[in-house]
Design a binder for this molecule. Structure first.
Ligand code: SF4
Ligand code: SF4
Length: 335
């Protein structure tokens, strides 16, 4: 396992980290087994979010009784005001069952209003600084999907780390963000390294073998995924010319309008599992696995035809996917 220093935080982290979105979908026992497998294999960077429902609690259950210095704990919140931020930091500490969180990040900073509330006197950043002084958190980080906004915010000097979607199909961070991060010694956390499951696992991870990021955090929900990811990074080699040609072919086929399974679009008033609907459809339409896609779709309790076109999900999708329209398309094609 390769270890890196997470920029100016000075934290020592494993190059492969644990992304905490998918454990929402599995039991506490399965989640604990996955987190424990990570730690046994030397994966020590663990990332979650207040918004990932019970992810922090499930991780906390897995970490119970382990020495606090055997892992680096990161989480994030969409709280923006001082009061909400202070409440969320305390809620995260309680959910994890710890007294200190190494990295607390402002999650998915997306709108001008987010920035205004965070930077206001007594706002979210002041609450983070207070929590830092009180020893509740170690460092303050930033996450988001709009690269130009992130670059601007990195220049404020308030953040030690940057977490951004980066993979072979999302290369925008390479233009300005990554050079700035290197120059200013930011810790760089690559999220969505597998494009939310849309990219082929082995090629997608090996893409990072010659990239200058500190930690990549694919979501993992079962121990076998941990082993598979480790194999790619430890036994694999950087992409060959033939494999680079193959990823170019995949990029052309995939484009940018696809679901990354972040689940930010939830909750849906009709209880549609939006990301799983899109995953099943992707297998049906795109990956040449029509039968498997149909079967997966058929097993869903609520299907795309239950969409009432309310549009509540649309503004929440960081990739601006036209979810109600896509629901119509899936319903028409998959019944
Ligand atoms: S538009 Fe459809 S998928 Fe989106 S929240 Fe409303 S019912 Fe759910
Ligand atoms: S539709 Fe958008 S918000 Fe919902 S899971 Fe997919 S990428 Fe995320």
């Amino acid at each position: 396992m390769r270890y890196t220093t997470l920029g100016k935080t000075g934290l020592k982290v494993s190059f492969l980290g644990f992304g905490g979105i998918p454990i929402q979908r599995v039991s506490r026992e399965e989640a604990a087994a996955t987190v424990r497998r990570c730690l046994e294999q030397g994966i020590c960077f663990i990332d979650s979010a207040r918004a990932y429902t019970d992810s922090e609690e499930k991780i906390g259950g897995a970490l119970k009784g382990l020495p606090r210095d055997s892992y680096v704990l990161a989480t994030k919140t969409m709280a923006r005001t001082g009061g909400d931020m202070a409440r969320d930091i305390d809620a995260s500490l309680k959910s994890f069952g710890v007294e200190h969180i190494d990295l607390y990040q402002c999650h998915n900073v997306r709108y001008d209003e987010d920035e205004a509330a965070l930077f206001a006197p007594g706002g979210g950043l002041d609450a983070l600084l207070d929590a830092q002084k009180a020893g509740k958190i170690g460092h303050i980080g930033l996450t988001g999907h709009q690269v130009s906004r992130l670059v601007r915010l990195m220049k404020t000097g308030q953040f030690a780390t940057i977490q951004v979607p980066y993979n072979f199909n999302e290369l925008k961070p390479e233009e300005e963000l990554l050079p700035l991060a290197i120059k200013e010694n930011f810790g760089v956390i690559a999220m969505k390294p597998l494009g939310g499951g849309a990219l082929p696992q082995d090629l997608a991870l090996r893409f990072f073998l010659d990239k200058s990021v500190d930690v990549i955090i694919p979501g993992m929900e079962e121990p076998a995924m941990v082993d598979q990811n480790l194999r790619s990074l430890i036994e694999g080699s950087p992409l060959s010319e033939d494999e680079k040609a193959e990823i170019n072919r995949i990029k052309q086929q995939l484009g940018q309008s696809y679901c990354r399974r972040c689940d930010y679009c939830q909750p849906c008033p009709q209880n549609i599992d939006i990301s799983t609907v899109f995953l099943a459809h992707a297998y049906y339409e795109r990956y040449g696995m029509k039968d498997w896609g149909k079967k997966r779709y058929g097993s869903l309790k609520v299907k795309a035809d239950s969409c009432i076109q309310c549009g509540q999900c649309t503004g929440r999708c960081p990739y601006s996917l036209p979810i109600p329209e896509l629901m119509k398309k899936v319903a028409a094609e998959m019944g």
